[in-house]
Write a protein that binds this ligand. Sequence first.
Ligand code: ADP
Ligand code: MG
Length: 301
Amino acid sequence: MKIAVLSRNPRLYSTRRLVEAGQQRGHEMVVIDTLRAYMNIASHKPQIHYRGKPLEGFDAVIPRIGASVTFYGCAVLRQFEMMGVFPLNESVAIARSRDKLRALQLLSRRGIGLPVTGFAHSPDDIPDLIEMVNGAPLVIKVLEGTQGIGVVMCETSTAAESVIEAFMGLKQDIMVQEYIKEAGGADIRCFVVGDKVIAAMKRQAKPGEFRSNLHRGGTASLIKITPEERMTAIRAAKVMGLSVAGVDILRSNHGPLVMEVNSSPGLEGIETTTSKDVAGIIIQYIEKSGGPNLTRTKGTG
Ligand code: ADP
Ligand code: MG
């Protein structure tokens, strides 16, 4: 197969591993810098141009779209879909999961366990918003944050009120969430491919920190997940419509709670921690499921 990898940087671990795994299995792998691709939309024959030439003959496309380029990245991916190229994750599914409010609303509608969460922009009654999520301690998150930046824990309602006021001053959409203390600064990343969790790791925050992000000094280790956690991760990915997803789960006293569903989960942490060939499994999934004109969003999404 001829497989495109939409990625800003061919040297990134995940991109390199996908290219390597594809080549090992006899595929032609082409890395395309998402922001450099340009498109012809108003034509009956949709095209993407790259470095002065049309992209042609692709069987599948692997989107690795960073949070900062979601909008343009999804447009490029949608154009591949219009050309009938099989997307590992579809553009609508990526857009869905990137919008945290939309994602949590969809998950909650399907009865998937979530931390009690409030959303606000300029709440006219901050104490009521805090009360709505059962008061302090609580976690406040900026909607566009990644890698733990923009996630704040407030031990008291007074602290929470001032933080919310500060974010209001910055005109930020925020999420106010019950703090899951019993998670003990750890979360579980379940790596879903198709309808299976193919690898899982536990991420533990460094001492004195509640955010388990590896970028915030967290450490990863192997973990055996429960059947309930496995089911929750698979269902969450399915609700989002993602074939490949990193589902982040908190272990609470009342079962697994989904924190977020990542549509371009990184490969480095999970491959290093579990010694699994995650990139190879993704390529095998494409071989099995891919094919021309197999996107649901073709022409409409
Ligand atoms: P980001 O998208 O920036 O990674 P997250 O929502 O994943 O933001 O939060 C970062 C980390 O903070 C999580 O990995 C988790 O360890 C911790 N965390 C987030 N929300 C909660 C919560 N409600 N209760 C306990 N810990 C939390
Ligand atoms: Mg996270």
